[in-house]
Design a protein around this ligand. Structure first.
Ligand code: 5GP
Length: 205
């Protein structure tokens, strides 16, 4: 059996398979952006997604998750694959194009790290409510705006945040630390400690 991950000294979980793929195919861009379009954000490697989905299930096996929440677009793929292992539905928060939000939705504002603009983000009240125990999944965690927006939607609905699963956390940005300090359980499959735009070096936590 192939062993995909290992526990680190700090007790967190890292996926060796994912780290190796990031080292091989990740491109460090200006502004602290990591491009992983060849396997995560544009073309998607389903074999890798499948292993990541299994990992999220294993990590959060002790939580009574009945719904996965993510945000369009790049969280949807991994959320769907993981959901097959949890056997729960996926809801994705939508970036609203217009501001004519009716009373049928929960809404919040999220500033996009990569596009530097603020979106109104919505979830229908039909698909999130006080009975829900929600696992948040997303591709990246940087400053935490996206995840905090999703938490805001879940709390507006009176639902419970059971945990936060992230594919790549950029540990040099404060999002993960602040969420953990607030008491949320954040589990990232790979945590980047630093990266160098000139040399292309990527160092994991
Ligand atoms: P945050 O809201 O935590 O600042 O940023 C997370 C969101 O921004 C993610 O949903 C992801 O789409 C995007 N993002 C943040 N940093 C990166 C990055 O280095 N590379 C890519 N491809 N997306 C990022």
């Amino acid at each position: 059996m192939i062993k995909y991950g290992k526990y680190t000294k700090e007790g967190g979980w890292t996926m060796e398979l994912l780290e190796k793929r990031i080292q091989k195919d990740g491109i460090v861009k200006a502004g602290n952006v990591l491009k992983v379009d060849s396997f995560l954000n544009h073309q998607m490697d389903m074999e890798l997604f499948n292993e990541m989905g299994k990992e999220f299930r294993r990590i959060f096996a002790d939580r009574p998750v009945n719904k996965i929440l993510t945000i369009e677009a790049s969280g949807i793929g991994i959320a769907c694959i993981a959901a097959q292992y949890f056997q729960v539905p996926v809801v994705f928060a939508k970036k609203a194009q217009s501001i004519n939000l009716d009373g049928e939705v929960y809404s919040t504002k999220i500033e996009s790290f990569t596009h530097k603009r603020v979106y109104d983000v919505i979830v229908s009240k039909k698909y999130l409510g006080p009975e829900d125990h929600v696992l948040i999944l997303d591709d990246f965690l940087a400053n935490g705006c996206a995840v905090n927006g999703l938490i805001d939607l879940i709390e507006s609905a009176g639902a419970v945040v059971e945990g936060i699963g992230i594919v790549i956390e950029k540990g040099q940005q404060a999002g993960g630390r602040l969420l953990r300090e607030k008491g949320y359980r954040v589990e990232s499959l790979a945590v980047i400690e630093r990266m160098n735009e000139e040399t292309g070096e990527i160092v994991f936590h």
